[in-house]
Design a protein around this ligand. Sequence first.
Ligand code: CP
Ligand code: NVA
Length: 320
Amino acid sequence: MRHFLKETDLSVEEAAYVFELAAKLKAGRGSADAPKPLANQSWGLLFFKKSTRTRVSFQVGVHELGGNPVMLNAEDMQLARGETPEDTAKVLSRYLHGMVIRCHEHSLLETFVNEGSMPVVNALSDFLHPCQFYTDMFTLAERWSGGDAKQMGASLRGRKIVFIGDTACNMGNTFALGCVHLGMEVVLCGPAGYEPPAELYKQFEADGIAPNFTFTTDPEAAAKGADVLYTDVWVSMGMEDEKERRLREFRPYQVNEHLMSLAKKDAYFMHCLPAHIGEEVSEGVLKGPQSIIFDEAENRLHTQKAILAFLAQENAKLRA
Ligand code: CP
Ligand code: NVA
């Protein structure tokens, strides 16, 4: 059975297919012949953490694909009273046709894969945020492919993406793994002490890919010649206890007008959102002409629909 827990769960060719499919679903949204690959299915959307974009775009997306989204707050379930994830996965597999899960430890997703019997999609873990990554790449490919959906995958190759800020968080890991996988140049730029974790190197090894990304503590050197400057919050969900120290240590890594001026003239500014103006990004950059943050947010819907449709198609082939 196919799942989507990490960037490398799709081959490079499959990723290009998903971008093409996302473009089709976006163009045909609301039309009478929009595909319904999740017809007669119910999908659980289980959240252990807060969410605006992911929660709503998946709920709407499952509905638009013909399925029934079942919203599950971990806090309201017996999980919160000690029922094991193993038993929960087994029980929910008797009702549902798939699960979208936002959680803390990445291993919880693997427990659902191993103990359940339905496809599992990672809606963010402490380790990775692959739905965000594929959305961001789709958003860039829309611009770089010159309107030719068949060129979307190829249009990403060789581009320079710079991720600035908390390089040891899920978004930093996701960009390192995803960009290298898709043949892009990726620079992670953050303070000493926030080097990518051992877990990320282990994932590269498990996937048989060389960890060909760069880590630097120098934001000016990193930004030079970039096609994209990307940042994320300095205090990820679950790290609130470290807030004071993090705001101090990340201060030199704000994406502001000066840093943007060092990137290519036609570079984009991206952020997965929610943003904290005056922390990881200046107001001028966040709201400026190079910012494509709301297209990114919108594209969560189209790209995730494409991922769900792709999984449905592949899993139907495997069952046949
Ligand atoms: N970018 C993102 O995942 O947003 P939410 O936390 O609002 O889902
Ligand atoms: N790194 C952030 C991403 C939010 C979408 C977090 O985990 O809180």
